[in-house]
Design a protein around this ligand. Structure first.
Ligand SMILES: Cc1cc2nc3c(=O)[nH]c(=O)nc-3n(C[C@H](O)[C@H](O)[C@H](O)COP(=O)(O)OP(=O)(O)OC[C@H]3O[C@@H](n4cnc5c(N)ncnc54)[C@H](O)[C@@H]3O)c2cc1C
Length: 399
């Protein structure tokens, strides 16, 4: 690593990579410290919302993602016992976005695309096998301590960005609290190669299926259809991944005459948490290090990328336009309340709607969705909300 790096980012996940690319394009020297020896290849998030695609388009990334992704214009709401309740087409909001659809594309494809693009910039680097450990700061600089296989290293930079995920060492080392709660259940994802829309005719490519105990989010990613559902916290990984258990769940959700050819399974605990601040002097948090939420609605990675773009644009303005660091307080003021009032609230509501146990409330929710689907203005409102456009507009209006 050179000793001229202006900005250090901890973490080469989707957020760290997007921030790195924006800074590199603006001529700012940037080093991304990544603890692993390569980009993380796991499936994880796979939904890109319209405004995220609009932002990534400005960076020349969206066409590359589209090449490797699956365009899904519609989202569906179902009830396991009732069937289809309502369907909404993003075409209704094509006046508010250049990309009126969700793009299903695994997050590792985004990081690989950006890592390749970063190679064009001699002043940008991803430093693998480099684990952020600690940082101290003065009024003018941040000293970052990190570990490599060769031993402990340190580097001085202007700003440090913690994009090192939910267990962020940047956040912990700066003693920033991560306020919120952990859900009492775990989430399982199961990926199958079968075309579920042929097994259950009309099944949507993004589909939320309500049921008091067996609710599910079903997503058609480019190579697989992916079921996500809850299981009790006390279930062991062995039990959760048991072939018969999973087969039973899938058959209940989408009855098939044959056995499903399950390819991938993941199990993880889910939190709803937001950092008490996104800025501590010259140290900033973005993405999962700043906020985590349940995956219902696909808002975690998208919200993180929105943080990253907001923050990187402000840093570029500080370097290029001589604007003051007060802009970094504006980053905190714009992004943190949106994480709480919009993303946290919406994802918790999504989960509550899916798992509702009271039959009357369930029916009422279905009637509401049917009413919304019949009304163009209400449908637009729902889509602007679910695609995160409303939240972003609210965030940008904060001064
Ligand atoms: C197992 C799992 C499954 C998920 N599934 C879904 C899903 O189905 N749908 C959905 O919407 N979202 C899902 N998410 C959430 C989604 O993946 C995140 O919202 C998204 O990855 C956030 O991006 P990020 O860049 O902020 O953090 P991350 O993607 O976590 O990236 C952080 C990066 O920092 C690196 N790092 C960590 N510590 C250090 C350190 N000390 N020094 C240097 N580097 C470090 C990590 O190796 C990683 O590369 C899932 C998350 C997990 C963990």
């Amino acid at each position: 690593m050179t000793n001229k790096t202006q900005i250090i980012i901890a973490g080469a996940g989707p957020v760290g990579c997007v921030v790195g690319l924006i800074l590199a394009r603006a001529g700012i020297s940037v080093t991304i410290l990544e603890t692993e020896n390569d980009l993380i290849p796991e499936l994880r998030a796979s939904t890109f919302h319209p405004p995220t695609l609009d932002m990534l388009d400005e960076l020349g990334v969206t066409p590359k993602l589209i090449d490797q992704g699956l365009i899904t214009p519609k989202i569906q709401y179902r009830d396991l016992e009732v069937g289809l309740v309502a369907e909404f087409d993003h075409a209704l909001i094509d006046d508010r976005t250049k990309h009126p659809y969700r793009l299903q594309c695994e997050q590792f494809k985004l990081t690989r695309i950006i890592a390749e693009m970063l190679k064009e910039f001699p002043h940008a680097e991803i430093s693998f096998d480099s684990k952020y450990v600690d940082a101290s700061q003065t009024d003018n600089a941040v000293r970052v301590f990190y570990e490599t296989p060769a031993g402990s290293e340190q580097v001085t930079c202007d700003y440090l960005i913690g994009a090192d995920g939910s267990r962020s060492e940047v956040r912990k080392s700066q003693k920033i609290e991560f306020q919120g709660f952990t859900y009492p259940e775990q989430f399982v994802t199961v990926s199958v190669p079968e075309d579920v829309d042929k097994i259950v005719p009309g099944m949507g490519h993004v589909c939320y299926i309500a049921h008091p105990t067996q609710w599910c989010a079903l997503i058609h990613a480019p190579d697989y259809w992916r079921f996500l559902f809850p299981i009790p916290m006390e279930t062991t990984k062995e039990e959760a991944f048991d072939d018969e258990f999973l087969e039973g769940r899938l058959q209940h959700l989408a009855p098939h005459q044959e056995r499903y050819a399950i390819q991938l399974r993941t199990l993880y605990g889910v939190n709803q948490r937001v950092a008490e601040t996104y800025r501590l002097g010259r140290i900033l948090l973005a993405g999962d290090s700043a906020h985590v939420n349940n995956p219902l609605g696909g808002m975690g990675m998208n919200g993180g990328i929105h943080d990253g773009v907001n923050l990187a644009d402000k840093l570029v303005r500080i370097y290029e336009g001589g604007e003051t660091e007060e802009l970094l307080n504006l980053y905190d003021r714009q992004r943190r309340p949106i994480a709480i009032e919009y993303v946290q609230a919406q994802t918790m509501r999504n989960k509550k709607n899916l798992e509702e146990t009271d039959p009357n409330i369930r029916r009422q929710r279905q009637d509401e969705l049917r009413d919304v689907a019949k009304n163009v203005e209400k449908s637009r409102e729902l889509l602007l909300q679910t695609s995160m456009i409303s939240g972003l507009e609210r965030s940008e209006a904060i001064t």
